[in-house]
Design a protein around this ligand. Structure first.
Ligand SMILES: C[S@@+](CC[C@H](N)C(=O)[O-])C[C@H]1O[C@@H](n2cnc3c(N)ncnc32)[C@H](O)[C@@H]1O
Length: 336
């Protein structure tokens, strides 16, 4: 049975409370320190004969603007912020566990030096380049269209690497390798070509900087086993959790942004969810759970409750959501 959790709050004290050596695989995608705010406007389209959009077979749709999602992405001392969190990641990893840091070209080299310090240089296994090709192209320099993903193993002699679980990719020149090999495809290298989350695709949650499941599922399948415990403590929209759930791994997700929490609640709606807000009495927590159960389709009401807002106003910024089996048996396959 899947027993996964979403924790709301600053990740540092929450990480400090987790048991040493309890996690098999950690992936994090922290803010990249771009120096601004990351924001996405979210929209929903509904069928409407007088709507402003035309879709498949000429059907008309109306656009509804949803609240936008955002988080701050500017740090005076970025490495000072990351260091204690990376030290916690090292402590939390099981002896054969692996750690993945997703970052962009602005901070990648500083982070590599910091990780070498914490894990030891020998524990560095790969620098994966995720290459995409989307958006505006600079005419003044080579357009930056990649992110870096560093892989460190806690023990470089002993880690999970399920070679046979790799997805296969097409050969660039299939005519040179014969029909059988061409049909099977080849294994990827450390350069991963993958599109970003499509702005109108099914995967899109509307959360800024959401990462694609294709990239994360490759990490989950190759670097962990079914039943393993996975952790993402800069979870955003919860993509790593969905990748873990799709392959029967447990997961813990942490984020300190209410927008992210809201998006994750929507995303994991098929689960049976129990909520516990730190600082509230058992009665208040029961009240919230009842509301939650009744209003899962109307999250605004849930976030508007007095109990919830009192807890937030008191600075009780810790909440835990326990996720267990999907609500309905037919939804065992999440998001199918
Ligand atoms: C780049 S986004 C993660 C996007 C995510 N990988 C996805 O696919 O949706 C970084 C996230 O880190 C969160 N964050 C920043 N500082 C944090 C902190 N101290 N504790 C917990 N989460 C934090 C932000 O709220 C933001 O959602």
């Amino acid at each position: 049975m899947l027993m996964s959790r979403i924790l709301f709050g600053d990740n540092l004290p929450l990480l400090a409370a987790l048991p040493t050596g309890s996690v098999n695989l950690i992936y994090i995608d922290p803010p990249f320190n771009t120096g601004g705010e990351q924001r996405r406007t979210r929209i929903k389209v509904v069928p409407d004969a007088d709507g402003d959009r035309t879709g498949f077979q000429g059907r008309r749709y109306r656009t509804i603007k949803l609240p936008s999602s955002s988080y701050m992405d500017s740090y005076e001392d970025y490495l000072g912020f990351l260091k204690p969190r990376l030290e916690q990641a090292y402590r939390l990893l099981a002896d054969d566990g692996s750690f993945f840091l997703h970052i962009d070209y602005r901070e990648a080299h500083y982070c590599k030096v910091l990780l070498d310090e914490i894990f030891g240089r020998a524990s560095f296994i790969n620098e994966i380049i995720w290459a995409y090709d989307y958006g505006a192209r600079s005419k003044k320099r080579w357009p930056a269209k990649h992110d870096t993903i560093f892989w460190y193993a806690k023990d470089p002699q002993h880690y999970t690497f399920n070679y046979s679980e790799m997805d296969r990719i097409p050969y660039m020149a299939p005519g040179l390798v014969g029909a059988q090999k061409a049909a099977r495809g080849k294994t990827p290298t450390d350069v991963w070509w993958h599109t970003i989350v499509s702005p109108n695709g099914r995967e899109k949650t509307g959360y800024p900087t959401q990462k694609p499941l294709g990239v994360l599922e490759r990490i989950v399948k190759v670097h962990s086993r079914p039943g393993d415990h996975l952790l993402d403590f800069f979870a955003g929209s919860g993509s790593f959790g969905e990748a873990a759930a799709n392959h029967n791994r447990d997961f813990q997700l942490i984020d300190n942004n209410l927008d992210a929490f809201r998006v994750m609640l929507e995303r994991f709606n098929p689960y049976r969810i129990a909520i516990e807000v730190d600082g509230l009495s058992a009665v208040q927590n029961r009240h919230l759970n009842q509301l939650f159960e009744n209003h899962i389709d109307n999250l605004d009401e849930f976030f508007d409750t007095d109990d919830f807002n009192v807890a937030m106003a008191q600075g009780r910024q810790h909440m835990a959501l326990q996720l267990s089996l999907p609500k309905r048996p037919e939804q065992i396959q999440l998001f199918a």
